[in-house]
Design a protein around this ligand. Structure first.
Ligand code: ZN
Length: 412
């Protein structure tokens, strides 16, 4: 058995450092909102690096950038990649790690004169975060055909700036067609963005699945009245109804047990005054599970509670679905390969679900797909304090180079 391949961690950290200076904000983080000038500058740097590595660079109609290293055969590429866009107060590793680790894999394979049958492609997908344009994972969704190009281009941000116009403004509307053909396989290296690996003292997460997400907004209309003179029996209290729903949502998650989670993250009252019964409450419910059947059960339990509260308190409750993504299962053979390479490299590993959405999930219905997680200090992400240790980055990138090379050497 030949020795596992190893990446050059100093070079990878150098690129991460250089990219962190693009859109840099106080505290060591970045602000590279999708299609902003900082996003453009990050893309420019990436394209320059890809050209230095003699990759064949293509930019498609939604602004995804792909750099491809040739294989010995003209086959579908094995693909890796992630995103360079960030939330407004983002960290330097979310997404960036997956793109730059891909470049490091390519450069290292060149140095070692490793030839693969399949080409290896590194992708950088537009608007993964969804912090400026909805939905999130927009670029990868268009790339693999689950979102229509024209509707994605027509999406506008909170200021009314249309995606297609913003893409033109930064010069990244390319001519490669979407949807693109599915790759031979897709693997994404990403920081965990949660506390599981760190708490367990584990270096590598072999990601088995991505949670399904169900977001609903509720608008509760009651009757505004005097807090002192209105008898309790005569109230139609939107504030009370919202609170009752929030408590019920928590109980539903507890009843269903882990891994079901439920969150009321936004709640506002009108008129929001100390001595007035609220006439309106607006709130959101976020439900997530890796099992779609249980997620559907949670949704129907919440709906039943909504009906009961509406009837009991005499309030009118309107619901609006904000997002619904089904859970995604990754390729079992890629999960096994991640574990295999972790063992070969003497790294601790566990199989785990992802709590957050990622570009990889858009590939899962179209080709064998997987993800590698590395620990996030204190589980913190979408924050300038986001941090992953150098040794963990090295470990994750070492899994990536071996896995991509293995997949790209496959005889079909
Ligand atoms: Zn990300």
């Amino acid at each position: 058995m030949s020795e596992p391949l190893k990446i050059d961690i100093a070079r990878l950290m150098g690129r991460i450092e250089a990219m962190a200076s693009v859109g840099q904000i106080e505290g060591g983080g970045v602000n590279r909102l999708a299609l902003s000038e900082a996003d453009r500058d990050g893309r420019d740097l990436l394209v320059e690096w890809m050209q230095d590595l003699n990759l064949q660079v293509t930019i498609d109609a939604i602004g995804n950038i792909v750099g491809q290293r040739s294989g010995s055969k003209n086959l579908a590429p094995v693909m890796t990649g992630s995103h360079l866009d960030s939330v407004a107060t983002g960290g330097r590793y979310d997404g960036t790690l997956g793109v730059l680790a891909g470049l490091e894999v390519v450069e290292r394979l060149d140095e070692l004169n490793v030839e693969t049958r399949h080409p290896i492609a590194v992708g950088c997908f537009s608007n993964e975060e969804g912090a400026r344009f909805a939905p999130d994972m927009l670029g990868s969704a268009v790339y693999q055909g689950s979102l229509d190009l024209q509707s994605a281009l027509n999406t506008s941000d909170a200021d009314g700036c249309v995606f297609g116009d913003c893409l033109d403004a930064i010069g990244y509307r390319g001519n490669a067609t979407v949807p693109a053909a599915p790759p031979h396989a897709f693997v994404e290296l990403h920081i965990e963005q949660g506390p599981v690996l760190e708490n367990a003292g584990i270096t590598i997460g072999a990601v088995e699945s991505v949670q399904g997400i169900s977001w609903t907004e509720y608008t509760i209309d009651g009757v505004s009245n005097h807090a002192g003179t209105t008898p309790m029996s005569m109230r139609k209290d939107a504030g009370y109804a919202a609170s009752a729903l929030a408590c019920a949502v928590r109980e539903i998650a507890t009843e269903l047990g882990a891994p079901q989670v439920a969150t009321v993250g936004a709640l506002s009252l009108e008129p929001n005054l100390v001595n007035v019964v609220a006439r309106r409450a607006t709130m959101t419910v976020d439900l997530r599970n890796v099992d779609d059947a249980i997620l559907i059960d949670a949704e129907s339990r919440v709906a039943a509670v909504v009906d009961r509260i509406s009837e009991r308190e005499g309030v009118h409750i309107q619901s609006r679905i904000l997002a619904r993504f089904q859970p995604v299962r990754f390729s079992e053979s890629i999960v096994r390969s991640v574990t295999h390479w972790a063992e070969r490299l003497k790294l601790s590993t566990i199989s785990m679900p992802s709590g957050a959405g990622h570009d990889a999930q858009m590939f899962a219905p179209r080709c064998p797909t997987g993800m590698i997680f590395v620990p996030s200090r204190d589980g913190i992400s979408h924050n300038v304090r986001e941090h992953t240790d150098r040794s963990d980055i090295e470990a994750g990138a070492n899994i990536l180079i071996n896995l991509l090379t293995e997949l790209a050497t496959e005889d079909y």
